[in-house]
Design a protein around this ligand. Sequence first.
Ligand code: ASP
Length: 465
Amino acid sequence: MNRILVKETVNNVDKKVRLNGWVRVTRRMGKMVFIDLWDVSGIVQVVFSSDNQELLGKAKSLRPEFVVEIIGTVSKRPAKQVKKDLATGTVEIEAQELKVLAEAKTPPFEIVETDKEEVGEEVRYKYRYLDLRRDKNQQRIIIRSKAVKFIRDYLHKEGFIEIDTPILAKSTPEGARDYLVPSRQYPGKFYALPQSPQQYKQMLMVAGFDKYFQIAPCFRDEDSRGDRAPDQFFQLDLEMSFVTQDDILDLTENLFTAMVKEIFPAKHMTFDKWPRISHTEAMKKYGSDKPDMRKDKNDPNELAFCFVIDWPLFESKKEDGNYAPAHHIFTAPRTEDVPLLDKDPLKARSWQHDLALNGYEVGGGSIRITDPKVQAKVLELVGLSKEEAKEQFGHMLEAFTYGVPPHGGIAPGLDRMLMVLLNAPNVREVMAFPKTGDNREPMTGSPSEVSNDQLKQLHIKIDKN
Ligand code: ASP
């Protein structure tokens, strides 16, 4: 007999079915045993009656989180016993066979969420596979999957090409520390895990792909915050050729408007047309470059998306005389401001655009520099000597001499956006296997020491001081 999912029981009234899942709750009432059987699709009640003493005896030995196979008949509950808060509340299963597929120890915390004090992150993440069995967490991961699928389908329909870029890469500055991976074959050399696929996506435009996207893992060695994971996060990274800034913003707006409508129907938007306000206005009116423009900040379903544009190219001049980019070194200055790079770089405005949602920065991007001379100038202003610029970015400067299309893009952060859309307390809760706030993964125990042999192969000596 083929297995059906718990949620399908309601369409199989009076039929004999096979169910597989976990015992969530057991109840003994009089001579009967009831269990709540859980699988990825939901919960259904299973009844073991006194008609079959042998089966009842077996059912009495069931404990929460045992994995079972149950064969039984789906029967309609009398109207009075319908459970309205349960998707399968109109039916129950009269068990005829029971097989225990795996026993389970008592979990370190309740799987059925109670009002009791929540267990700490350390314990939850150590047993993340149990934590993920809880309804709320399971739903977050399932909705995340649906959102990603929606994005993929939408962009494919829009003519985008999904392309993977290397994980072992060369450092690309996005303003964070790199995670480095030592090379075995080249002693003293390192790969960097990408802070973003920025350089690769621009090379893909030079290669003529026109519209690229990737659900890209990005790695930044930063201290954790509520809205920032300490290690890895996912961006919807995209890039387009022959476009204006408005084209990029229109696409972003249309994509996420459609996604929210389809995947988060309970949400409503403050603005049908997302405001595009200048950086100066954002700072003046809201005192923030990621303004929270909600009308009612207590409404958990309100979404105020807005774009912040017209950023200065450089955020500041550092003590060493070098300039710090407001976005990154590939962002183009506005055409009319290019002469300012020689005269007064801090006055130059750029083609940067950020996406803000309810006071969070959930994405950024820009129209890129494609003139090798302007790129060389920006590299000089951030403090790279000609040799360093050539060593680190010579490949881009060179690529731009072989026919580079005008291009630009954006990279909305999926985790942070999902955190807001799912009303999750922090960004870690929308990831399947997050690190703790202090950058450990209690389940597998990473980071961990490695053998001396491995270190030797990588030409590494450890100095714990
Ligand atoms: N690479 C940028 C970032 O990670 C996004 C972009 O410019 O498209 O923020």
